[in-house]
Design a binder for this molecule. Structure first.
Ligand code: GTP
Ligand code: SPV
Ligand code: MN
Length: 602
């Protein structure tokens, strides 16, 4: 039964129903009764599996097709009427052409299936920063994930009202999960997303990357706010004051980990605490007091499972103990629980690996695969979908409709050599430049080669819904609006390696030591050293108390902060090449900043 009188919604649902021709249409109200029936159905058909009710109550398991385990950037499109509005970093197609190509693919695609109508809010219900979406899908897995990741069901229509046309129209069909027919298409000018032939995460949970970043970044450009691939966290100091920061790292480069950080013992004893507001996406808008405020539009975490353990990310692991969906991890058949590489050193003997084969986990992981690494029981991009309310360190501001005021923004990526542990930009515009020249080694979060360095400005390369040159100009314009309220901008790199390829910095909880310096800079409590690339800490200002056993000395910190001028000159060549793609659209400010860097490098 439709749960709204909004004619714009009703008319569109009818049109899509006529196109896809499902046997049945079910409106998702979000009630436990309805969701339980869907869980039962997914279990009965084998689409999902219930996990141990004592150890993992309310948890479900799902396996996707081996050809459908990550985002597909080469099949992701931004369709704007003018090509230059998508820019050189996005795949583009004329909207008319794309609709014409996809319409026959959707024609009758839901015959014999049910179409679920999912109303959802990105952002707390009632928040002036929140926006409504409706996703149509033929996948129960999508419904159950959207329930965790968004504020889903009848409540979402309250925000929309009966007249508004301001909602994002998402149409998803898993179709035959055919990789050749897979398309993830954003039409920013129509508030529309069409996704077909995938059943995996970022391709199909349309509220996440498709709406909250690609469509929302475009909306933010038009409406004067920002949608960013950023975590949001609060750092509580011993005096009780909480400073909020955001951080943009590319996919699988440590956002969830930093967002849920547990400070080292020395900090805990002094009374420092970290609170999680978000782990992947931030929507930012200037408040009435002039400051920049951020909300997390999501309601859960779609986190990378491998590497998550009680030591690396206790809070994330705790978040997955109930009402969580696991995708493409391994099953321990002895007690019907889950396992992944890096959970512990004890792979289950009686295991089912992520593709579904029953194996002896100990023997299986002892075999070296074609890539020279041990075979894996869980896919490297296997994920958990966990409710934010499960997180032991969830911020009390999580549902605050006004968001939290941001004091600092941090950029970072995986760089083996070039980027130092931390540096601060000279000012806002230099910070925009620092974000624009970000580069990182690719990860398993997207299909394609892993470990290749590519430019990934603001960690938004796969997620910016318009021309990246306009996006940088938008950042510059936001800086003008914010004036002296603009957050300070920093860059970090947890991934510098030694000659043997080992990470030098211990990372994880110890990243608190870098956050500490950042907060002290924000508060004007510590000096810095001016270098060619920005302000750096004096090595002795990074607190390394308690790190002696990890071999971290002031000299090692000095090494981690070193700037190799030749490396940077090489990097400048890469930046120039990248910038050249934008032609005349490249903002003057970025040209000026690049010239400044070159001059300082000598
Ligand atoms: P998406 O959900 O894809 O956007 O990823 P994310 O940015 O949230 O990454 P996540 O926190 O899940 O971390 C991905 C991988 O990086 C995991 O394997 C972590 O173990 C590893 N990682 C995270 N933080 C650190 C760190 O400080 N040091 C090192 N060496 N590895 C880290
Ligand atoms: C990412 O790849 O940045 C993710 C996972 O957060 S996905 O939802 O698949 O985009
Ligand atoms: Mn992400």
């Amino acid at each position: 039964m439709p749960m709204t009188n909004n004619q714009n919604v009703l008319k569109w649902v009818e049109e899509m129903q006529a196109l896809t021709k499902p046997d049945k249409v079910v409106w998702i109200d979000g009630s436990e009764e309805q969701l339980n029936a869907l869980r039962d159905e997914a279990v009965a058909t084998g689409e999902m599996q219930r996990l141990n009710p004592e150890k993992l109550p309310g948890c479900l398991y799902h396996r996707t097709k081996p050809n459908d385990v990550a985002r597909v950037e080469d099949r992701t499109f931004i369709c704007t009427s003018k090509k230059e509005n998508a820019g050189p970093t996005n795949n583009w197609c004329d909207p008319k052409e794309m609709y014409a190509k996809l319409t026959p693919m959707y024609d009758g695609v839901m015959k014999g299936r049910t179409m679920y109508v999912i109303p959802y809010s990105m952002g707390p219900i009632g928040s002036p920063l929140a926006k409504v979406g409706v996703e149509l899908t033929d996948s129960i897995y999508v419904v159950l994930n959207m329930d965790i990741m968004t504020r889903m069901g009848a409540q979402a229509f309250k925000n929309l009202g009966d007249e508004s046309n301001d909602f994002v129209r998402g149409l998803h069909s898993k179709a035959n999960v055919d990789p050749e027919g897979r398309y993830i298409v954003q039409f920013p000018e129509d508030n529309t997303i069409w996704s077909i032939n995938s059943a995996y995460g970022g391709n199909v949970l349309l509220g996440k990357k498709c709406f909250a970043l690609r469509i929302a970044s475009y909306q933010g450009w038009k409406e004067g706010w920002m949608a960013e691939h950023m975590l949001i966290l609060g750092i509580e100091k011993p005096d009780g004051d909480i400073k909020y920061v955001t951080a943009a790292f590319p996919s699988a480069c440590g956002k969830t980990n930093l967002a849920m950080l547990i400070p080292p013992e020395g900090y805990r004893n002094k009374g420092y605490k970290v609170w999680t507001v978000g782990d992947d996406i931030a929507w930012l808008k200037q408040g009435e007091d002039g400051k920049l405020y951020a909300i997390n539009p999501e309601n859960g975490f779609f986190g990378v499972a491998p590497g998550t353990n009680a030591k690396s990310n206790f809070n994330a692991l705790e978040s997955t103990k109930k009402n969580t969906i696991f995708t493409n991890v391994a099953i321990n058949n002895d007690d019907n629980t889950v396992w992944w590489e890096g959970l512990d050193k004890n792979p289950p003997v009686n295991a089912t690996e992520w593709k579904g084969a029953k194996v002896n986990g100990k023997e299986y992981t002892a075999v070296i695969g074609a890539d020279g690494k041990p075979q894996k029981l869980a896919h490297p991009n296997s994920r958990f979908t966990a409710p934010a309310e499960n997180c032991p360190c969830i911020s009390k501001e999580f549902n605050n409709p006004q968001g939290v005021p941001i004091s600092a923004m941090i950029f970072g990526g995986r760089r083996a050599k070039t980027a130092p542990l931390v540096y601060q930009s000279f000012d806002w515009n230099h910070g925009v430049f620092v974000g624009s020249i970000m580069a990182s080694e690719t990860t398993a979060a997207a299909a394609g080669a892993v470990g290749v360095v590519r430019r990934d400005p603001m960690a938004m390369l796969p997620f910016c819904g318009y021309n990246m040159a306009d996006y940088w100009q938008h950042w510059v314009d936001m800086g003008v609006k914010l004036g002296e309220n603009a957050p300070k901008i920093f860059n970090v790199n947890w991934f510098r390696t030694d000659d043997e390829g080992h990470f030098i910095w211990p990372g994880f909880g110890d990243n608190m030591r870098v956050l500490d310096w950042i907060i002290q800079r924000v508060e004007g409590k510590v000096d810095a050293v001016e270098t060619a690339i920005g302000y750096e800490p004096k090595p002795e200002d990074i607190n390394i108390e308690g790190l002696e056993s990890d071999g971290i000395t002031v000299d090692v910190v000095k090494e981690l902060l070193s700037v190799d001028v030749d490396c940077w000159k090489e990097d400048v060549k890469g930046i120039k090449e990248f910038y050249a793609k934008f032609g005349d659209k490249l903002p003057e400010e970025m040209k000026k900043q690049l010239a400044g860097l070159e001059e300082r490098l000598g």
